[in-house]
Design a protein around this ligand. Sequence first.
Ligand code: 0RA
Length: 636
Amino acid sequence: MTYTAESIEVLEGLEPVRKRPAMYIGGVDVRGYHHLLWEIVDNSVDEAINGYAKRIDVVLDKDHKGATVSDDGRGIPVDMHPKFKRPALELILCTLHAGGKFDGGSYKVSGGLHGVGSSVVNALSSALTATVRRDGREHQQLFSRGVAASKLKVLGPARGSGTSTHFRPDASIFGDKASFDLDTVRERLEAKSYLHKGLRITLLDEASGKKEEFLHPEGINDYLGKLVRGSGKPAIHPNLFTLERDSEEVRMECALQWTEGTDENVRSYANGIPTPSGGTHENGFKQGLGKAIRAYMTAKNISPKGVTLAAEDIREGVVAIISVYVREPQFQGQTKDRLNNPEVAGAVESGLRVALEQWLLDNASAADSIVARIITAARARAASRAAGQQVLRKTAISHRLNLPGKLADCASTDPEECELFLVEGDSAGGNAKQGRDRRTQAILPLRGKVLNTERASAEAILANKELQNIVSGLGCGVGAEFDAGKLRYAKVFLLMDADTDGHHIATLLLTFFYRHLPGLLRGGHVYIAMPPLYRIDAGRETYWALDDAEKERVLANLPKNVKPDISRFKGLGEMSADELKQTTLDPRRRRALRVMIDNEVEADRVMNELMGKDPQARYHFIMERAKEAEADDLDV
Ligand code: 0RA
């Protein structure tokens, strides 16, 4: 059909959006802020996937508080609506649920977020400028908070066609601190460029002047390669499994590879929109995967003795992308990031089952490696289960007889006044033991990298010695057995070196707490100790500095005539017991950050994401968030 302004019949203003923004975009936090950009980008992506646009250019304003999205599509219609006497552009941007997308005819598939449309973005922007090239001219109209701030003007003649939207989310709704995060935007745009092969997306950051381009002719196959490389684990078969299938109701694309890793990394998308909470497409994928493997093993008469394969064994080490397109996506959940179309599950399951089983039959050596890997996973799980159950039993009883040998416990038995320090390394542990207050402070030295718990099974985690020690020391049980009432220490401090290893261990411990002892974090029991990096002796005074910036501040504030003596600690092990006591252990003088979960959904997403990044980046991410959250609560 051809689109004309007549198609728009429904007229409703945007007051409801400004009154209850969270209903339309999930929330008015930074996530909601970015949501506005995704919405505008998705409109251009729709124009591209329907074959009208070839490129999308995104520019972040210098202060990252606004953005421009341009495409070379048909251009939003600007013709006058005969009945309402307003240009189509104005009707699309200033009324709820108006626009060609909703008449079901002009778009085959649409990502367009959850159907709310660009009018929601307009409603929640203090300023929005729409510039449209079509019919040989360039048109422009200004808006503010959902209402027109100018008439539609013709700027002059123009070649080609396209739409460009500049908008600045309204600070009176999002607060004056929120802004676009370059990494978040880049990641999202890059993912889009993988999902829509051939689509060229550029990102210009006006703050730095840097421009990036994303273009992936091989689509999700390229994406899978990137994810596998990023996992740091070798693939166990060289050739990807890939699938493209179009059926009446669902179009699906899938890429899949097993790696030596123990994580499972399945990224799912619906109409080009990430669905981190999964949904029917992801369920169908998991079912289809399990069934294909089992069918193949049956066909080849492979039946390993003494082990039963669980679904999680089959998926261990899997890196996969599942992308589906449906005509009317239904998103579910508070953040609308879960696909709920029931017809999708069966279509994906059967599509994958049939194709994957055939692929296994055709790729004998890959299939051998995959099956061997799955059986190994099942055996490992069975072996660690026994050990795990033992720990669960022990911690359930939880009294002093079961405390780990390495724990230097405190004398007090009143949890309210007791503190546990988890200390990296035996030598720092030794100093901490000497420097502590024996009555109320307990020390547990940790050695080695703690297991990466983000994806590992509960059994595998509990087979880890260091984590076992922590769990039995805390006394509160783990997982479903967790009982805050049995916690032996009201405060638990992570005391690690300020280097990569230390950061890694702190991150892994936080991950472990988050996944398996979330009550510990929710109760606000966890702290990150902040040992100083510098000691500055000047005259009779001693100063401590956490980092270079603080050192400089201290030096700048010293009286003129003192000659400061500066020493830098390479690690906790270099600090004496007394130094540790003064700076890190003594409740009156130490500094620490309290770790809090302020937004569960966001925390969950962040944790999932973090586990894919390198340890240093992860730690910085966590520390930045911690500092943001606790800036005025630094001293404990
Ligand atoms: C409605 C109808 C037509 C195009 C669009 C909307 C359109 C919307 C956006 C949003 C961003 N970029 C866009 N490009 C196009 C079709 C108009 C026609 O029939 O020519």
